[in-house]
Design a protein around this ligand. Structure first.
Ligand SMILES: O=C[C@H](O)[C@H](O)COP(=O)(O)O
Ligand SMILES: C=C(OP(=O)(O)O)C(=O)O
Length: 450
């Protein structure tokens, strides 16, 4: 075991003197302290060495040698910790990974928004329904989704449930990815359900046949089939609740450095990335690979300051900029950032999140996103990098393995009138399995053309 069971209070908690946005207001601070003490005694969910390995993979992304596929739920839910739901999400990511690797001929680094994505930053502190106003739902790690006064009170015990839900999820993910299910020779098995008959499912089937042929050929040439048996898969989530993240921050006994052992990679969101606030301070202390979401108001000067704070050694793989501008802004806003960051000599990974800048409310009241806007933002991202000669390093998407109706469009088209049929997200609309596959094929084409 490489990670010390003790946290380094002084080093891991320097954020406590700074303003921290989007933190729950717990009614009983003593109860919170007791929970933090328990969390500090729990074993790590990931090992520091695994975080280092992901940093090395992200270095390849930053240098233009690999592509990041990061995806999963907008908000995981405690009652979603089931074998079926976890397998479906994983299956979707594995299928997307196979499409991107084979069709774009690029190594794909696979990172789930999984095993820890239980906390949500919100635009408003309250929500009103039929004249009743209550605190907004902030994710299962904070309060309940039910619209009742009791359920919306932040409860620190939920932080422990988050830890246990993350542990169970990660355990299953590790079993699936190393126990044979993710074996590349199973490419057809990942396509054995409702998605098989969709246009993207059929296209996938054709690609899976080609992969089979390629594997048979390599086998005949003497390649070792064992090599395709397991898949490297990493966990990530937004480091939003600093009490939780710092309770899971430990000193690595190999190096004496701090790692947030709640996930391999964590990111800081658009609403908490203020340079002089607590979240950036926290991120600056840990050695994990770090993502920063960059929305349309980000200036190049800010981007350079993130590099100064979070990647002072200019270490490729340490810092990923996850750009979420919106389809109508990406082509205007991104070039200045990429140009100035590149000119500074830093090697960051550039990744597109084409979801968060493209949300709107349908007439039915459902929060949704158009598949075409998602695609257009990705296209804009690729165009900017092509024009500047830089590397479009990956995609970060909200998706689910289930057949939900939350985003409109896609090859197996979902219309605004269909949204109510299976609208299951706890927060933002996700691509369903077939839309996710559509996106993977289209991104692979863009990557190849690049
Ligand atoms: O997932 C991201 C945010 O939590 C979400 O977009 C905020 O949504 P809200 O505007 O409904 O609060
Ligand atoms: C809240 C999120 O995104 P952003 O910070 O970019 O709005 C998210 O990715 O869940």
């Amino acid at each position: 075991m490489t990670v010390n069971a003790k946290t380094s209070q002084s080093a891991g908690n320097t954020w406590r003197d700074l303003p921290a946005a989007q933190q729950p207001e717990y009614p009983d601070p003593e109860a919170l302290r007791a929970v933090i003490a328990d969390l500090e005694s729990y074993p790590p969910l990931v090992f520091a060495g695994e975080c280092d390995q992901l940093r090395a993979r992200m270095a390849a992304v930053a240098k233009g040698e690999a592509f990041l596929l990061q995806g999963g739920d907008c908000a995981e839910a405690f009652d979603g910790v089931s074998a079926d739901q976890i397998r479906n999400k994983l299956k979707t990511l594995l299928q997307m990974g196979a499409v991107l690797t084979y069709a774009a001929s690029v190594p794909v680094v696979k990172v789930g928004r999984i095993a820890g994505q239980y906390s949500k930053p919100r635009s408003k502190p309250t929500e009103t329904r039929d004249g009743v106003t209550l605190p907004v739902y902030r994710g299962d790690s904070v309060n309940g989704f039910d619209f009742t006064e009791a359920s919306r009170i932040p409860d620190p015990e939920r932080l422990k449930r988050m830890y246990h839900a993350s542990a169970s999820t990660l355990n299953l993910v590790r079993a699936f990815t190393t126990g044979g299910y993710a074996d590349l020779r199973q490419v057809h098995a990942w396509n054995q359900d409702f998605v098989r008959t969709s246009p993207s499912g059929q296209r996938y089937e054709q690609l899976a046949r080609e992969i089979d042929n390629a594997l048979n050929f390599m086998h005949a040439c003497g390649a070792d089939p064992e090599e395709f048996k397991t898949v490297e898969f990493y966990s990530s989530h937004e480091a939003l609740l600093l009490d939780y993240e710092s309770a899971l921050t430990r000193v690595d006994s190999r190096t004496g450095q701090l790692y947030d052992v709640s996930a391999h990679m964590v990111w800081i969101g658009e609403r908490t990335r203020q340079l002089d606030h607590a979240h950036i301070e926290f991120a600056s202390r840990i050695r994990n690979p770090i993502g920063i979401k960059l929305g349309p108001t980000t200036t190049a000067e800010e981007a350079l300051q993130y590099i100064e704070r979070l990647d002072p050694e200019r270490e490729p793989g340490r810092l990923t900029f996850i750009v979420r501008m919106g389809a109508d802004k990406i082509r205007d806003k991104l070039p200045d950032l990429v140009e100035k960051v590149t000119a500074s000599g830093a090697t960051v990974a550039w990744v597109t999140d084409p979801m968060h800048g493209n949300t709107f409310e349908a007439a039915s009241g459902h929060k949704t996103r158009r598949f075409d806007d998602v695609l257009d933002e990705v296209k804009g991202f690729f165009e900017v990098h092509k024009a500047l000669g830089t590397h479009p390093g990956g995609i970060h998407v909200e998706l689910t393995g289930d057949d939900v109706t939350e985003c409109v469009g896609g090859g197996d088209e979902i219309f605004v009138d269909d949204l109510h049929q299976r609208y299951e997200t706890a927060c933002d609309p996700r691509l369903n399995r077939s839309q996710s596959l559509d996106l993977a094929f289209l991104v692979a084409e863009m990557y190849r053309d690049q």
